[in-house]
Ligand binder design. Structure first.
Ligand code: BTN
Length: 251
């Protein structure tokens, strides 16, 4: 599925340490051993303990998806770390569009959808330097359903793959290169305007949503995504910011 030399040859950042593994528990955990480097990428053909947001498992069967983590040192203060989430979602959505020709959408916070079904999840984790209120490093985990038509029962109604939507078997090496290069460019223009692009792609805005915070579930209207990455919602005449949790829309 992967050819290391093919990927390395096309990367803009020639200093990235790239490792491709047959199997690991979670690439987000494995990559932490490279935290002394400026940048690293770990890709696994299979994960045995792939994880998603809110402690959910991420389905990671062998050679069906891209399971990739990137370690970066963004020049960001801790309070701005949520920018990592918005810029990654935009970068990955652009990369998928470029190689597949399909239109992507973003569901706050960082799920990428094609034709109303989830094709990619992103799990960003940051290690902070408390003394300087800066980020030491960020680990961005990206899971993409690339091939395959069969999903487990729990996700078969909400998940899709790029192959299923495009009818094409996209070359995994190509997509990996696009994602890494796209993130590299955005990371170098860290104060650029991703939020506008993010909002253009965010399909839940001005719609009724169901919010699930893990503790409670309620209906609200999604109004806006703010600079700090929070979702502005309205519930029973009151407007407030949502910092975490899961949202869904009826389709
Ligand atoms: C989500 O859907 O909530 C996020 C899913 C993130 C999955 C990726 S796969 C590569 C990396 N390693 C993990 O264990 N998770 C992320």
């Amino acid at each position: 599925m992967y050819i290391k030399s093919e990927i390395e040859k096309k990367l803009i950042d020639k200093n990235i340490r790239l490792e491709i593994l047959e199997e690991t528990t979670s690439t987000n955990d494995y990559i932490k051993k490279f935290s002394n480097l400026d940048s690293a990428v770990v890709i696994a053909k299979k994960q045995t303990l792939g994880r998603g947001r809110l402690n959910r498992a991420f389905y990671s069967p062998e050679n069906k998806g891209i399971y990739l983590s990137i370690l970066l040192k963004p020049q960001l203060e801790t309070k701005d770390s949520v920018k990592i989430t918005t810029f990654t979602a935009v970068a990955v959505a652009n990369a998928i569009e470029k190689v597949s020709g399909l239109k992507t959408q973003i569901k706050w916070v960082n799920d990428i959808f094609i034709n109303s079904k989830k094709v990619c999840g992103i799990l960003a984790e940051a290690s902070q330097n408390f003394k300087e209120s800066k980020l030491d490093y960020a680990v961005i985990g990206i899971g993409i359903n690339l091939y395959g038509k069969d999903f487990p029962n729990e996700i078969k109604d909400i998940a899709t793959s790029i192959e299923l939507e495009s009818g094409k078997k996209i070359d995994a090496n190509l997509l990996v290169v696009e994602i890494i290069n796209s993130l590299y460019k955005i990371n170098n223009e860290i104060n650029g305007d991703y939020l506008t692009k993010y909002k253009e792609k965010c399909f839940i805005l001005n719609r009724e949503i169901i919010v699930d915070t893990g503790k409670e579930k309620y209906k609200a209207t999604a109004l806006n995504v703010l600079d700090n990455g929070a979702l502005l919602v309205e519930k029973e005449g009151k407007t407030f910011e949502l910092d975490f949790g899961d949202v869904s829309v009826r389709i």
